[in-house]
Design a protein around this ligand. Structure first.
Ligand code: AGP
Length: 609
């Protein structure tokens, strides 16, 4: 996955492109590049590494022009290098292309074009697009792009520029996100809204199979077959400052501290005024349809998958409807049994994760009703699902997901209660007390954030270790998995999460004197068992930090240190117990001198399979 941006208008094109790419760096940062039409013709500048390197090079010799395209890359085909960076050009250097996605048949296309005399310089799939367009160009760039895409298979969002028509910018969307920013005497393209938000709040969201021709003062929308279409303008009402760091050292820390607000916003108007009911007016699912659901599949990737594991516990506990949770990249290949009565819930912060989107499509093909839990209104997942619960966490920029995860948990809590109400599985008094506990969560998180200094000290201690373990039972195990992923992805400390009772079946062999073990022990009905498992690792010399529910003095005797979370009902505990684990990962990464917001080898949004 990569980020693309494009501009036509009277501003400083180079700076619009660079500023736009800064907002898109979360999508990839292996290299960056721009192509601008200047007095010299179509000029391309690109560089391996962070955007700042390109920016430095451009400051020595700025490119001046009023039309350009830019790209920030997350390498798929071909290693990160100058030559593999975008924009790519054809042999005449008259056509340039930026691309997000994968051209599946690029080898075949490359062979055909090579036979016609085209010479390729990079290892990328994208380069074939520039050559293809050049090959079929006959004086009209729109027609050339339409002809070229006919022979391309795969996922592509494109920005295309030719020196022959320096007043026209072409944008294409096929299975990779792309939006068009509408300005006055200027227009924009971007992979995502933050890229252009500084300049306009009015956008068109392209659908798959659609394209646009941008001139300075007009935008023509059409299908890839060339049929003109009209679209509603989408008005963006969130603030650019929401996407900035607001005084925090890193986006991740800012986003951790935004969680109380994200909890409140996600609950928002979904709790009735008298606080007796959960209401989800946005759902198309009727009560009758819900009552006919026989089973649920939750499908997602990474952190969103971990939210799904918590969702399973919550839904099963409240409704007794069976729930399976699948990693999206596995789902469609295991030929899942999807019945017409199966409800499929896909979870995705970005709403653009390729595997999650493919799972959604597989579910729909099999006739299931699909409910999406996503943070991005207008994302592919949101648009293709039958129903959407938006998590109002606001833009999440750090690669490591925090507020999106906890907002997904809130969405599952709300859905679980709503579903139980619909099935008549809980009485009104019970619903009211769950809602009361739900409403407490945001201030309880605030309370915990005040104690972050303790976690920081502990994180600095463990940052010297190369391996550690997370253990827990039931819901605590689901949270242990998320704590372990968070630590791995930003601190690069190897960690593993285990169901506490499973250690003795092999993993206990890895416990050595001094190894840190983080034991989640918030589930009081399982506490005795978890304490036995803690004793097993203590006996082998492990140093144990427990995360337990306030008022549980007993655990203190069994471990080296305890971090208490405020008291809440067991089923909601994940929304609190994950907070110290997020802080732990953040401070351990900081102590190791890592780039917290942009961990190596990773990108925020994974839009390739
Ligand atoms: C989270 O910290 C990860 N960076 C990653 O696992 C992420 O949750 C996953 O890629 C899914 O993304 P999505 O929610 O945007 O679909």
């Amino acid at each position: 996955m990569c980020g693309i941006v494009g501009y036509i208008g009277d501003r400083n094109t180079q700076s619009v492109l660079i500023e736009g790419l800064k907002k898109l760096e979360y999508r990839g940062y292996d290299s960056a590049g721009v192509a601008i039409y200047t007095e010299e013709g179509l000029e391309v500048k690109k560089a391996k590494g962070r955007l700042s390197i390109l920016e430095g090079e451009l400051s020595n010799r700025p490119l001046v022009g009023s039309i350009g395209i830019g790209h920030t890359r997350w390498a798929t085909h071909g290693e990160p290098s100058d030559v593999n960076s975008h924009p790519h050009i054809d042999n005449s250097s008259k056509f340039s292309v930026v691309h997000n996605g994968i051209i599946e048949n690029y080898i075949e296309l490359k062979e055909q074009l090579s036979a016609k005399g085209h010479r390729f310089v990079s290892e990328t799939d994208t380069e074939v697009i520039a050559h293809l367009i050049a090959d079929v160009y006959d004086g009209d760039i729109v027609k050339a792009v339409q002809t070229a895409v006919k022979s391309m298979r795969g996922a592509f969002a494109l920005g295309v520029l030719t020196e022959y028509e320096p007043d026209r910018l072409v944008a294409v969307r096929q299975a990779s996100p792309l939006i068009i920013g509408i300005g006055e005497n200027e227009n924009f393209i971007g992979s995502d809204i933050p890229a252009i938000l500084e300049y306009t709040r009015n956008v068109y969201i392209l659908n798959d199979g659609e394209m646009a021709l941008l001139t300075k003062d007009a935008i023509q929308l059409m299908t890839l077959e060339g049929n003109f279409i009209t679209k509603e303008v989408f008005r963006v009402d969130w603030d650019i400052v929401t996407a900035e760091k607001a005084g925090f050292d890193h986006f991740m820390l800012k986003e951790i501290y935004e969680q109380p607000k994200a909890y409140r916003d996600t609950m928002g108007s979904r709790i009735s005024e008298d606080a007796n009911e959960v209401v989800l007016p946005e759902l198309n699912l009727t009560a009758e349809q819900l009552m006919n659901v026989t089973n649920i599949h939750i499908v997602a990737c990474g952190t969103a998958y971990h939210a799904g594991l918590v969702g399973k516990h919550v839904i099963e506990k409240l409704t007794r409807i069976p729930v399976d949770v699948d990693v999206a990249s596995e789902y469609r290949y295991r030929a899942p049994i999807i019945l017409p009565s199966t409800l499929v819930i896909v979870v995705s912060q970005s709403g653009e994760t390729a595997d999650t989107l493919a799972a959604l499509r597989e579910a729909k093909r099999n006739g299931a009703h699909v409910l999406a839990i996503t943070n991005v209104v207008g994302s592919s997942v949101a648009r293709e699902a039958d129903d959407v619960i938006v998590t109002w966490a606001g833009p999440e920029i750090a690669v490591a997901s925090t507020k999106a995860y906890t907002s997904q948990l809130i969405a599952f809590f709300l859905f679980g209660v709503f579903y139980a109400q619909t099935l008549g599985k809980t009485d009104a008094t019970e619903v009211a007390t769950v809602i009361e506990d739900l409403q407490q969560l945001s201030s309880q998180v605030e309370q915990m954030l005040h104690q972050s200094a303790r976690i920081k000290t502990y994180a600095e201690e463990i940052s010297a270790h190369d391996h550690l373990f997370f253990i827990g039972r039931g819901l605590d195990y689901a949270v242990a998995l998320e704590g372990s992923l968070k630590l791995k992805e930003i601190s690069y400390i190897h960690s593993e999460a285990y169901p506490a009772g499973e250690l003795k079946h092999g993993t206990l062999a890895l416990i050595e004197p001094g190894i840190p073990v983080i034991a989640l022990a918030t589930q009081e009905e399982l506490l005795e068992k978890t304490i036995s498992n803690i004793k097993e690792v203590k006996a082998r010399g492990a140093k144990v930090l427990a995360i337990a529910m306030e008022g549980n003095a007993e655990i203190g005797k069994a471990v080296d240190e305890v971090f208490y979370i405020p008291r809440t009902r067991a089923v909601l505990s994940a929304a609190l117990s994950v907070i110290p684990l997020q802080l732990l990962a953040y401070y351990a990464s900081l102590a190791r001198g890592n780039d917290v917001d942009k961990p190596r080898n990773l990108a925020k949004s994974v839009t390739v399979e």
